[in-house]
Write a protein that binds this ligand. Structure first.
Ligand code: ADP
Ligand code: ZN
Ligand code: ZN
Length: 729
């Protein structure tokens, strides 16, 4: 019989698969990696199906050159999920499939679990060892260790006898020991086990409801105020799943949160292997953890958005912590929202999924209101003595600011210093100041490559672009008029840090932003030192807002937040409200009550009033009403076609051409192309075309037809991509 023909997924920007003759393959090989010739190169691909026929004449087909790995790495289940993603996001299937593999597997190397050798005494070793002469101390020590019959690793043997190597070699020749090779443990450093606290009534109720849904698809929104103990609910759920032999997938927003949360889970389940997956890991390390998820050895898989594609044979529960976080959106290549993909995965797998947040995304909240998701609430802080902080406004118009800090805020900081408590000043802008301006002629330092201002980084004496990485020295005079009186304008973390250090010379001030935490371990180290009480005042960006628990922190000051109130982005208020609620949630999480002071010029703004009342529900209602009447998501479904070219006119011309090819239907609105909010970025000019519909299915059908045409359009010197359910327009 003729060999089968494999349909192979390749990472190429063409929306189709490629046929190859597959002499040794059978239908059991779907999901396996293969090497194939493509053009003049070898590519790594994944077999998606096998058939007898091809649309191309058989003698024109090339043959698979190698089959990698012992078994398929991508299960039928994951391939189904990837097909869904490719369809829904209108991204080529081949590129989608390859994007789900860890980088190491996109190269032609065999996927093998890292192993570790160990040695075990045989029966003849047990008898032989008993006769070792008394004076052979080192050998006897080794024998004593091995006598328990368990396999021992090199490092264990070394503790008994430094020269264990030669002894073991000799004993193997005698047949006294056998050598075993086991998968290397994922978590090498031991932890101290902790003890589960008794759940409070609301936590118990949530845990019971979710556990009762194990084995079927059911999405839950766990809406719990900051400090209400959502993590404890997750831990109890994981306990329940582990008891049934299942695997749990936990998605977290930040690479920085993975070590912290991994620590929490390891302490609760010291005997369980936990795989961590995030883009900050070395390729080999990530591969090792990924394979442990694939072979089921890792019962818990904890990672950032990319972990949503990790194959898990016994997956029984998905948890998304801080589900509202924008880092669940992948912004290049396959542009997906990990939260939405996870919902689909739970649906296909028939397992429950828990979305946890104090400030759910409005889309999620809307789904909970309409009953598509079941809502579970934690309304109280978990630690009996802890209450939600008191939130007050400081009217900035009546106070003179010193480096952004009002006298009222300074007094509150001083009180914390006097009582040995910690303060956090939140300002969501890194650098010293957002711009450098000339007071004489109005010049402002702009990025030569982007349509944006350069940020002053005084410590490094640089002006930097936060969008493209461009940097130059701070000039001494205005390049336009020669005036020497040019000065930083506005506030950034460095400036606030410097100002606080001046006002409180003996206080220990620590700045936490992307600049100060760039080095790999610096943020975990900083967290430790905050916990040890080595810091009095923290100054930081939204990095600080996410999920941290610093028991001695009792004051949060918010500086320079007003600007977000007038952003053209319709999601700006939602994002700002969530951010401020989260950052407020850092205050008073243990025995001391917390206080939040917000400096603003708009003390009566509804956003601030809602914050003062800790009223997520009321503010969500307000925002959803606004969205409904303005026709914004979640009441409308959007997609954006984006084009990038050396000149804006080219990008616009392409989008006009694309618009001309749009299928005609009254159910989808196709807007005119417009320049992007930031029209120029890194010397590339950008434009976009928005399409929307009140019906998701209709929009999907439209996009399906439209994309087929768009792939055939000539687009020289131009890049384009489609963004479905875009986070920003
Ligand atoms: P969230 O993630 O909801 O903001 P955490 O899970 O960080 O809250 O919990 C806040 C604090 O409450 C933690 O210190 C946690 O150990 C503690 N905690 C949670 N549940 C309980 C409980 N049932 N009894 C006592 N303390 C609890
Ligand atoms: Zn000037
Ligand atoms: Zn730039």
């Amino acid at each position: 019989m003729l060999p089968l023909i494999a349909q192979v997924a390749l990472d190429v920007p063409v929306p189709r698969l490629f046929d190859y003759v597959a002499p040794t393959l059978t239908s059991a090989d779907v999901g396996r990696r293969v090497c194939v010739p493509f053009g003049r190169k070898e590519f790594i691909g994944v077999v998606l199906s096998l058939s007898r026929e091809s649309a191309h004449p058989r003698d024109q087909l090339k043959t698979i050159t190698a089959v990698l790995d012992d078994t398929p790495l991508l299960s039928a289940e994951i391939l189904k999920l990837l097909r869904f993603c490719s369809d829904y996001y209108h991204y080529p299937l081949g590129a989608t499939v390859l994007a789900a593999l860890p980088t190491a597997l996109r190269r032609a190397q065999t996927a093998t679990l890292k192993t570790i050798d160990s040695w075990q005494l045989t029966t003849s070793g047990q008898t032989g060892g008993a006769d070792l002469p008394q004076r052979a101390h080192a050998q006897r020590a080794l024998f004593t260790l091995l006598q328990d019959g368990a396999a021992h690793t090199a490092s264990e043997l070394a503790t008994a006898s430094a020269g264990y190597r030669s002894t073991i070699k000799h004993w193997r020749e005698l047949g006294w020991v056998t050598q075993l090779s086991q998968p290397a443990p994922l978590n090498a450093i031991p932890v101290n086990a902790d003890i589960a606290p008794t759940l409070n009534a609301e936590q118990l109720q949530a845990t019971n409801q979710i556990s009762a849904a194990l084995g079927k698809y059911q999405p839950f929104l766990l809406h719990g105020v900051t400090g209400s103990g959502k993590t404890e609910v997750y831990l109890h759920l994981v306990q329940a799943v582990l008891a049934q032999g299942g695997q749990v997938l936990i998605l977290v927003p930040e690479i920085n949160l993975t070590p912290q949360l991994t620590g929490v889970f390891r302490a609760r389940f010291p005997a369980v292997e936990i795989a961590t997956l995030n883009s900050g890991m070395a390729d080999g390390e990530r591969l090792h953890h990924w394979l442990a998820a694939v072979d089921g050895r890792a019962r818990i898989v904890l990672g950032t958005r990319l972990a949503v594609f990790a194959p898990m044979p016994a997956l029984a529960l998905i948890i998304i912590d801080e589900e509202h976080d924008s880092s669940f959106y992948q912004q290049d290549g396959l542009r997906y929202a990990a939260r939405d993909v996870a919902i689909m995965r739970a649906h296909q797998r028939s397992c429950p999924i828990v979305l946890g947040s104090a400030t759910p995304a409005l889309e999620t909240w809307h789904n909970a209101q309409s009953g598509r998701y079941q809502r579970l609430s934690l309304t109280q802080r978990a630690i009996a003595a802890a209450t939600l902080p008191q939130v007050r406004m400081i009217d900035q118009r009546t106070q003179k600011l010193t480096d952004g800090i009002s006298p009222a805020l300074a007094t509150a900081i001083q009180r914390r210093l006097d009582t040995g408590q910690q303060s956090l000043i939140f300002i969501n802008r890194r650098g010293y100041a957002p711009t450098l301006v000339c007071r004489a002629c109005g010049w402002a330092a702009g990025c030569p490559r982007c349509s944006t201002r350069l940020v002053v980084h005084l410590r490094e004496r640089q002006l930097r672009c936060h969008h493209c990485g461009y940097a130059e020295r701070v000039p001494h005079a205005c390049p336009d008029c020669g005036n020497l009186d040019i000065s930083p304008s506005g506030l950034g973390t460095q400036r606030v840090e410097e100002g606080l250090q001046k006002q409180f010379p003996t206080a220990r001030v620590l700045r936490i932003d992307r600049d100060s935490t760039r080095r790999k371990d610096s943020w975990p180290e900083m967290q430790q030192s905050i916990r040890r009480g080595e810091v009095d005042i923290l100054v930081g960006t939204q990095l600080l807002a996410k999920g941290h628990d610093f028991p001695n922190l009792t004051l949060v000051g918010v500086v320079g937040a007003d600007s977000a109130l007038y952003s053209p982005d319709f999601r700006a208020s939602e994002r700002m409200f969530a951010q401020l609620m989260q950052v407020s949630g850092r205050a008073g999480r243990a025995q001391h009550p917390g206080e939040v002071l917000i400096q603003t010029e708009f003390v009566d703004h509804p956003l601030y009033l809602a914050l003062q009342q800790h009223d997520y529900i009321g503010y969500a209602r307000t925002l959803l009403n606004e969205r409904r009447s303005a026709g914004f998501p979640p009441f409308i479904h959007q997609a954006v076609l984006r084009a990038e070219a050396p000149q804006l006119v080219e990008a616009i011309a392409f989008l006009n051409l694309a618009k001309a090819h749009a299928p005609v239907t009254s159910a989808v609105t196709v807007f005119d192309p417009t320049p992007a909010t930031m029209a120029r970025k890194a010397n590339v000019e950008r434009a976009l075309l928005l399409v929307q519909s009140t019906n998701r299915r209709t929009l999907q059908q439209f996009l399906g037809m439209w994309m087929e045409d768009i792939y055939t359009l000539r687009a020289s010197k131009l890049r384009w991509h489609l963004d479905v359910d875009p986070l920003e327009i």
